[in-house]
Design a protein around this ligand. Structure first.
Ligand code: GLN
Length: 304
């Protein structure tokens, strides 16, 4: 498969269509990004790299990090985790409070904000220095010790994170948060602020295309059974109330973030990251969704 040719074709096609949407502004620091940035990077499980555009520029990965915190928490907590968070699609916005009251503080899945806050609570309990150890975990997956938190973005989100504060307080009231809520929020805002390039993101997620093995070290990040389960959660829940649309049009497990990044995985074939900051009304990158739809259409292959 000539992926580079296909990526170049996609790029040329999308230059002919308007790039709709809005850059996220509810976290003020995110709105300072150039809305026209655009990058793609694909890495095959045979370590072939294909990229274009701004694929070597770092951006705020935001909710994409939730797949990584889930991986770490699942490997530590094992199936005990599912007593505190579900694996069902939410069908609601990423920051919604609606289901949480009715479902007694148990979030539908680990990829909506409520679920990621429970995962953060698990990691705050399990790790002796959560921010340092999470960053080390991400750096080891990316094979790059320079990856770091974006302190301006995490501070900006801390000031405006009213909904996340509401979610964590509600879950604390239901007994599903064990630690101090400020500590959980601080860890959550930091993990969302991690900055990576498309190339680093594609590298970081290659373990989910490789049955849980980090191809850089040949060591298991997570068991192959858990890797399959994380991919299942990404497919069903990675795009919030647009997960059905993504499965329908793209057909790959993936995860988006409000920084405009998307990661998608084709098990045993490749991982791909895209970056375009303008978001559609569901909070997913408008152009990134189009890239991935064109990719699986042109290659005539998805997990289905
Ligand atoms: N940090 C963001 C928030 O909590 C992450 C949201 C996202 O990327 N969908 O609102």
């Amino acid at each position: 498969m000539d992926y580079q040719k296909i990526l170049n074709e996609i790029d040329a096609e999308l230059k002919q269509t308007p790039n709709s949407g809005q850059v996220a502004s509810y976290i003020p620091e995110l709105s300072t990004v150039d809305p026209n940035k655009f990058g793609i990077h694909l890495i095959t499980t045979k370590n072939q790299h294909h990229g274009l555009g701004d694929s070597n520029e770092r951006f705020s990965i935001q909710s994409i990090a939730k797949a990584l915190s889930l991986t770490l928490a699942f490997s530590l907590e094992k199936d005990q985790l599912w007593h505190r968070v579900g694996v069902e699609p939410s069908g609601t916005a990423f920051n919604s409070l609606v289901q949480l009251e009715v479902e007694k503080g148990i979030p539908r899945n680990p990829l909506i904000n409520a679920g990621a806050l429970v995962i953060s609570d698990v990691l705050v309990s399990r790790l002796s220095d959560p921010k340092k150890e999470f960053l080390e975990f991400v750096r080891s997956l990316a094979g790059n010790p320079a990856i770091d938190y974006g302190s301006k973005v995490s501070a900006s989100e801390r000031v405006t994170g009213y909904r996340n504060a509401a979610l964590v307080n509600l879950m604390k009231a239901f007994g599903n948060i064990n630690n101090d809520i400020e500590e959980v929020l601080d860890f959550y805002f930091h993990l969302c602020s991690v900055e990576m390039t498309c190339q680093e993101l594609a590298q970081t997620f290659l373990y989910l295309a490789s049955n849980g093995i980090n191809p850089l070290t040949q060591k298991a990040v997570i068991s192959s059974s858990k890797s399959k389960r994380i991919n299942a959660i990404l497919l069903l829940c990675g795009f919030y109330d647009e997960a059905g649309e993504f499965a329908f049009k793209v057909g790959l497990p993936g995860k988006s973030g409000v920084g405009g990044g998307i990661v998608a995985i084709h098990p045993n074939q490749f991982s791909i990251a895209t970056w375009s900051p303008k978001l559609n009304s569901k909070g997913n990158s408008f152009k990134g969704m189009k890239v991935l739809e064109l990719l699986t259409t042109k290659t005539e292959s998805s997990i289905f």
